[in-house]
Ligand binder design. Sequence first.
Ligand SMILES: Cc1cc2nc3c(=O)[nH]c(=O)nc-3n(C[C@H](O)[C@H](O)[C@H](O)COP(=O)(O)OP(=O)(O)OC[C@H]3O[C@@H](n4cnc5c(N)ncnc54)[C@H](O)[C@@H]3O)c2cc1C
Length: 359
Amino acid sequence: MTIAGPSTIESLVEAVAQSAPAPLAIAGGGTSRPRPADAAHHPCAVLDTRAVAGITAYDPAECVVTVLAGTPVQHLADALAAHGQYLPWDPPIAGADATVGGMIATGVSGPGRHRYGGVRDFVIGARVVDGRGRLVASGGQVVKNAAGFLLHHALVGSGGRLGVIADVSLKVFPRPEATRTIVVRGDSLAAALEAHERLRLANLDLDALDLDGPSATVSARLAGAADALDARAARTIAAAGHAVETHTGDAEAQHWHTHSIAWWPREGATVKVPVTPSRLASILAVLAPLGPCRASAGGAVVYLHSAQPLEAVGAVLLAHHLTGAVVRGAEAGRRLGVQPSPAFADRVRATLDPDGRFR
Ligand SMILES: Cc1cc2nc3c(=O)[nH]c(=O)nc-3n(C[C@H](O)[C@H](O)[C@H](O)COP(=O)(O)OP(=O)(O)OC[C@H]3O[C@@H](n4cnc5c(N)ncnc54)[C@H](O)[C@@H]3O)c2cc1C
């Protein structure tokens, strides 16, 4: 069954309360966890959040926006762009349908996470409908907030298992005046890793630093004042120590677009593995046999695309003391490998969803 159409927070609250105690699967645009092909025979009711959409408050002078969870991320990005602002962790390019609620619940950030932090660092408040149909507020709509438990941070990466995100308040940044991307194409993964390490350790204030395993390509993005970029690019090229290409404008946008993990096949699973940048080479050696890998945020996270059974991926992660989360595929939200102590997460879940409704 699909519970379609709640278009306001009040009707969302009502939909959750009235469907109790039935289990619920929360759905946004389906770019991370595909909506069931046959909702009528799905074991739980599917709560479609896409109609709860719109920007409810935006103060460009304060760099703060509040947005309903079903709003397409692209719509939000367009509204910010009209005021010269943007989402610094890089808006999802996983599909035009991706919603703000899905973006928070999936908790994946793009290359821009390298300089400013990921989506969690930008969420300053949220309201969530819990399993009993109560609207719970956390944080606020201003950057300086009261102390206390940051439930709105716990929602990031929650995979729809804590409650239905109704709206979120985000801080946003002015778009940099100019950007430039330096690309190193290694003749082997080892050469690319060497260049990546040199760029990571040099004091270059990079906006993004990614390494694509299969193509042995390192991409380093600079952002800031236009008149400073020539000198900064020269320092970056010197640090790379290899022949490089430099991209600006449309070619630069196309480069990041082409190299996005969003274009990995939908079959199989995309798994996010947090790593220690200094261990990147050894971790890629372990993960590469499972499928193509991309290191993002200066080597702080590796995305692995694998067609292997998730049990096999989990066993490799466990054997190397790594943890992972499936971020795309039918089992999006599933944890693999080393499981962090569940005590805290279990307590939060027991409070918000005592009847275990959210699947
Ligand atoms: C391959 C790939 C590349 C990506 N690249 C980037 C990137 O470059 N930058 C970036 O920022 N992000 C990126 N993302 C993450 C992206 O933000 C999410 O995939 C997307 O926004 C999910 O939105 P959706 O509406 O399609 O969610 P869905 O796929 O519908 O749902 C995803 C999960 O969120 C839960 N959920 C959805 N809505 C809600 C809600 N209102 N309340 C509670 N739970 C909810 C669902 O239950 C499900 O577990 C990428 C993701 C993938 C898979």
